[in-house]
Design a protein around this ligand. Structure first.
Ligand code: ZN
Ligand code: ZN
Length: 355
């Protein structure tokens, strides 16, 4: 992993202002995905998986009650469109496909035509081959807690909407990299995605360990009130810009980090926090992975954009070229998808929710 990304220091050590928060500190690893060409043995988002040739590729068996409008794009079309967009400059002539991209486009069109000629299954294919979302090696993400000898976590999703919450359905696999043997060279791909945001752009990672504190909604009522006490912040020398809404200062700069991350504290906002309990043993589940639509948002830009990206984050950019959306993933209304696992047993089913 040559890529390095560094979260800027927090504007204040929050435990110096609120010593009671020290007990709630949790480690998290920001993944810092950035578009690239990850290999099958790399940790990645949207990259190729180290998948055994002898093992069936995961498919989603859910009913997909979609009318085939012909307007959804295949993953290849989504990726090609993004490449064009990344080269677009307003004062220049419109970008065109390179000969390689043109060839890929033609192969994809022929594949789609053959699929349509073959007739059903339509209106939506079933079962649907799942798309790689993340591949995380323990050597890169030591915060993972794999079962037994496993050292690799693979997460895939089905790029259609599923109930509840109209979100992609996820599948999670732990495996031991040394036991994979022959690798599946060309995994099947779904022929379309409900939204381009359900097709993760291949990204390499620059994992970074940080310390996180809870989202303010996850704090006790007493602590939430304490965060509203401007006198305590003022005594710590915080800019009076936040005097009216001191809790906002905490939420923007000091609580949980935005973006793709492993562990840490979950993001909330769409609803109040609610604990997730294992369907098998009823243990309270713990955050595994946050799949984010944004690495940082406009308000947080200067605060959470890595030092290496600050110039790019501050510069103006065109549609489809926002450095805060490196993966192209959009879930919910540009929200986050949280994946939870049971701390008692990795064999118990995971769960996820949109926040
Ligand atoms: Zn599905
Ligand atoms: Zn359990």
């Amino acid at each position: 992993m040559g890529l390095i990304r560094t979260t800027p220091p927090r504007p204040v050590d929050v435990t110096a202002v609120f010593p009671e928060l020290a007990l709630l500190a949790r480690p998290a690893m920001r993944l810092h995905p950035r578009p690239g060409s990850p290999a099958v043995r790399d940790s990645s988002v949207g990259g190729p998986l180290l998948w055994p040739a002898r093992e069936p590729w995961p498919h989603c068996e859910d009913a997909h009650l979609h009318v085939d409008t012909g307007f959804r794009q295949s993953p290849t079309e989504v990726r090609l469109q993004r490449r064009l967009q990344s080269r677009w400059r307003p004062d220049d002539r419109p970008p065109v496909f390179t000969p390689e991209e043109e060839a890929l486009k033609e192969r994809n069109a022929a594949w789609l035509a053959a699929r349509f000629d073959a007739g059903p299954p339509r209106p939506a294919e079933c079962p649907v081959p799942m798309l790689p979302v993340a591949q995380l090696f323990l050597r890169d993400i030591p915060l993972l807690q794999p079962p037994g000898q496993a050292d690799l976590l693979q997460i895939l999703w089905c790029p259609y909407e599923h109930e509840p919450d109209a979100k992609p359905s996820t599948a999670l696999f732990w495996r031991t990299a040394a036991e994979v043997g022959d690798i599946l060279a060309t995994p099947p791909e779904p022929y379309e995605a409900d939204y381009p945001g359900y097709v993760p752009e291949p990204c390499v990672l620059a994992p970074e360990t940080i310390t996180e504190y809870p989202n303010s909604l996850d704090l006790s009522p007493e602590l939430q009130l304490a965060l509203d006490d401007w006198d305590r912040w003022q005594a710590a020398g915080i800019d009076s810009y936040y005097a009216e809404y001191p809790r906002e200062f905490y939420s923007t700069h000091l609580g949980n980090a935005p973006g793709w991350k492993v562990g840490g504290w979950p993001p909330w906002g769409r609803t109040d926090p609610y604990p997730r309990y294992c369907a098998v043993c009823e243990a309270q589940m713990v955050p595994l992975l946050t799949i984010a639509s944004w690495e940082w948002d406009g308000d947080q830009g200067p605060s959470w954009a890595p030092l290496e990206d600050q110039a790019a984050a501050a510069a103006s950019h065109y549609a489809g070229q926002d450095p805060a959306q490196p993966t192209g993933v959009e879930v919910g209304s540009t929200d986050n998808m949280q994946m939870y696992v049971c701390p008692t047993s990795p064999k118990h089913p995971h769960t996820d929710l949109i926040q």
